[in-house]
Design a protein around this ligand. Structure first.
Ligand code: 3PG
Length: 412
């Protein structure tokens, strides 16, 4: 196991100190950009409460979506939700490091909390730079000059070498928040995968990482089986040579997923019986669900779910597993007629005796909707970060905390 050498919130006296707290409030939003699930906000509450109780002045930084994406929005509602959860007023300012942000920070009293604007509204955040260069930007310098310490609680964004993730630890004393700490401890069990069989269930719409994850966990014998659903399932079937029909092929193409086809094809050659793909689907025909099987392909209708036969075969594999990593729903669970696959597979996970690790905003929301949240082993706040962690990668956000701890120890 990699030994995490970062400092935690036990290592600093936060009384009267201004703290930059990087969280990941990035939440699923509906079409009106309203938060549909506030789990990620709730997960940071222990850290925020502890800092408040210790008399810190807490300045929260988070992102929500990416510029150009439908879920890119301000953090005003996030601040309101946090205020409701904490049962006390929380400040919000629609500015990241300008004069209004500065004034609001300077007005904070011990125990106060302020949420700054979505940090991805400023281009510096996602620029490609080394941590040392980020630390020289106006953004990091100005905010750091108003603060005494930096706490990173955003495990879910720790895989992004973004300015607010890796820049502050160069300048400020930097600590892992309670969520970051508990994530890293709990996920180590899934990463080691000493109990067998270990399976990975990969679904959802973000398919960029599915091939790389499958390759890593199969070739390093971390996973015995990969179960695919959602868009990931369609991509893997397409790579296997199935013609899914024009609307579905076009969808994969438009999202840039066809570039992974060759890699997936070679995975099927190297691990022929280890990757399970859907056997039937729910497609949308004039607004209604219709179930079709592989023989009915290609279909002129969009595939929105896996079908009941697939659920049955997947459930058998899930039942015998000892460790399960679950990332991504099996279909468009937001619509009740396309929830069948997600419900069936997630219920099988909840009923199994396996230690399950679940990640991804939509996955957590789907679990919540199905009333299964309390019945899985560990719910990680991470989606991409969880997958990178499980595939043995060093997360830039964690590395930044470790390097900061080394510098701090040398100084003291
Ligand atoms: C996530 O949802 O995985 C994190 O918030 C990171 O978001 P990103 O994929 O837009 O960087």
């Amino acid at each position: 196991m990699r030994n995490h050498g970062f400092l935690t919130m036990d290592d600093f006296d936060f009384r009267n100190k201004t703290v930059i707290l990087r969280v990941d409030f990035n939440s699923p939003l509906d079409e009106a950009k309203r938060i549909t699930d506030d789990s990620r906000i709730r997960m940071h509450v222990p850290t925020i409460r502890e800092l408040m109780d210790k008399g810190a002045k807490v300045v929260i930084l988070s992102h929500q979506g990416r510029p150009g994406d439908p879920d890119f929005s301000t953090l005003q509602e996030h601040a309101q939700r946090l205020s409701q959860i904490l049962g006390r007023p929380i400040g919000y300012v629609d500015d990241v490091y300008g004069e209004r942000a500065k004034a609001a920070i300077e007005h904070l009293k011990p125990g106060d909390v302020l949420v700054l604007e979505n940090v991805r509204t400023i281009p510096e955040e996602t620029a490609k730079m080394k941590p040392e260069d980020f630390a020289k930007t106006e953004f990091i310098r100005r905010l750091a000059s108003l603060a005494d310490a930096y706490v990173n609680d955003g495990f879910a964004v720790a895989h992004r070498a973004n300015a607010s993730v890796v820049g502050f630890p160069i300048i400020l004393p930097a600590f892992a928040g309670r969520l970051m700490e508990s994530e890293l401890k709990a996920l180590e069990r899934a990463r080691k995968a000493e109990e067998k069989p270990c399976i990975y269930i990969l679904g959802g719409a973000k398919s960029e990482d599915a091939a790389a994850i499958s390759e890593y966990v199969l070739s390093h014998r971390k996973a015995d089986f990969i179960i695919t659903g959602g868009v990931v399932g369609q991509l893997f079937l397409h790579a296997k040579g199935f013609n899914l029909g024009e609307p579905n092929r076009r969808f994969l193409e438009a999202r840039g997923f066809l570039q992974y086809v060759l890699k997936i094809r070679s995975l099927f050659q190297d691990f022929p019986d280890r990757i399970l793909t859907p056997e039937d689907f729910g497609v949308e025909v004039f607004g209604k669900r219709r179930d079709i099987s592989l023989e009915d392909l290609p279909t002129p209708f969009p595939i929105l779910d896996i079908g009941p036969r697939t659920v049955e075969s997947y459930a058998k594999v899930i039942r015998d597993s000892r460790i399960i990593v679950l990332s991504g729903p099996m279909g468009v669970y937001e619509r009740s007629d396309f929830m069948l696959g997600t419900k069936g597979v997630f219920e099988a996970v909840a009923m199994s005796k396996a230690f399950s690790v679940v990640g991804g905003g939509n996955t957590i929301e789907a679990l919540e909707k199905l009333g299964l949240r309390e019945r899985v082993g560990y719910i990680s706040s991470g989606g991409g970060a969880l997958m990178e962690f499980l595939t043995g990668k060093v997360l830039p956000g964690v590395e930044a905390l470790e390097k900061a701890a080394e510098r701090w120890r040398k100084k003291t």
